[in-house]
Design a binder for this molecule. Structure first.
Ligand SMILES: NC(=O)c1ccc[n+]([C@@H]2O[C@H](COP(=O)([O-])OP(=O)(O)OC[C@H]3O[C@@H](n4cnc5c(N)ncnc54)[C@H](OP(=O)(O)O)[C@@H]3O)[C@@H](O)[C@H]2O)c1
Length: 346
């Protein structure tokens, strides 16, 4: 089969198109013919070694075992089953839950042994992938590409919204609102949980699209008076922030949060380190939440909301699998709207 592997930490030239044997499903696993694999920043940081806070590393401090096939947001069809897998799995169109974990229900995402597809296991930048049968779910939509774009961004967004217990009518600021996670944070917070969303983008030409996703107000991070604008459109300080940007909007976020407000971070696309005046936190009684992915039950709730049409796929563009390097460079570009997807058969 054709696959794209990361051969070591570094730039996109560390991505190599290879031909290799189709993997065999072991006991409890299925073999999936990959139909679509959406890109996430996680595999770019895995290649760059950017998860390491000291030396370079992948998700786990002990680092990535190269060569590694990246890619976590996978849809496809089950074409072979390993021992002890129910034969009814054959021919199913599935979407993969992206990690294994021995954590109990509700704590899978914070278990020490959590291991991620595309980082600790070979992933979906390939024509075939093997995965535990119990982590393969029915696709929420009939289309492979549309069903592939929720896995990591959607699960992360869903978990963030549940973590801060968004209530109907609350005002939530969503940063990185045109990106993979942000475009789902808008939809989940507004259309599933009934919040009033202020979407933060760079380019205000995206305003109409953001409103279609459920944003009540759309503002630009390029504005010199962003904090004032947020307070003006909301007629006062806001309840919570769902953030994926990090440093670039941290001080604005703390400024516009109400007393007792909540700040939830799952990413740092606009800067990984920041300055914090502790007085802002304690004088305003602000709660900080750190967030990575989510639980299988949240994944199931998200798939249900997708199949009901409450949240919709937002797809920027597709690339053929062999152009994975070009696709990763494109992913990093400012101003895209939603997800970038690799297609092994294009
Ligand atoms: N914790 C988790 O489980 C988890 C899961 C998925 C992603 N993440 C992280 O979340 C972050 C976003 O991921 P994504 O997939 O949504 O990425 P993405 O699709 O590339 O979106 C990034 C967003 O951040 C905005 N942004 C970048 N730099 C900015 C700046 N200096 N000021 C304001 N906005 C800025 C971008 O706006 P422009 O388009 O205008 O540049 C864009 O809206 C990444 O750091 C990723 O690693 C974490």
């Amino acid at each position: 089969m054709k696959a794209v592997q990361v051969t070591g930490y570094g730039d996109v030239d560390k991505l190599e198109v290879v031909t290799q044997a189709i993997p065999e499903p072991k006991e409890g696993e299925v073999l999936i013919k990959v139909k679509a694999c959406a890109i996430n920043n996680t595999e770019i940081w895995m290649r760059e070694g950017a998860y390491g806070t000291g030396s370079k590393s992948g998700w786990k401090p002990e680092g990535v075992q190269f060569p590694r096939t990246p890619g976590s947001d996978i849809t496809g069809i089950v074409v072979k089953t390993g021992d002890s897998v129910d034969q009814s799995m054959m021919g199913k169109n599935v979407v993969l839950f992206p990690f294994t974990s021995s954590g109990e229900n509700g704590f899978e995402h914070i278990s020490e042994d959590m291991s991620f597809i595309g980082s600790e296991y070979d992933g979906g930048y390939a024509q075939y992938v093997v995965w535990p049968a119990h982590l393969c779910y029915d696709m929420p939509l009939s289309d492979y590409i549309e069903s592939a774009v929720f896995t990591v961004s959607g699960l992360t967004a869903w978990h963030m919204v549940e973590q801060i217990q968004v209530q109907p009518g609350e005002t939530i600021m969503v940063t990185g609102a045109n990106g993979g996670v942000g475009s789902l944070n808008i939809q989940i917070a507004s259309k599933v949980f009934g919040a009033e969303v202020i979407a933060i983008v760079g380019d205000l030409d995206l305003e109409e699209k953001m409103k279609e996703l459920g944003a009540a107000h759309v503002l630009s991070y390029k504005s010199k008076n962003l904090a004032d604008e947020i307070i003006r459109v909301n007629e006062g300080p806001i309840d919570s922030v769902l953030d994926v940007v990090g440093d670039a909007l941290f001080s604005t976020s703390l400024q516009v949060l109400k007393k007792g407000g909540k700040f939830c971070t799952s990413g740092s696309a606009g800067g990984q380190k920041t300055e914090l005046d502790f007085r802002t936190l304690y004088l305003k009684h602000i709660t900080l939440y750190g967030s990575v992915l989510g639980t299988t039950e949240e994944f199931e709730r998200m798939l249900h909301a997708i199949s009901e049409g409450k949240i919709k796929p937002v797809i920027d563009r597709t690339f053929p699998l062999e152009k994975a390097g070009e696709a990763q460079v494109y992913f990093k570009k400012s101003g895209k709207l939603g997800k970038v997807v690799l297609l092994p058969e294009e």
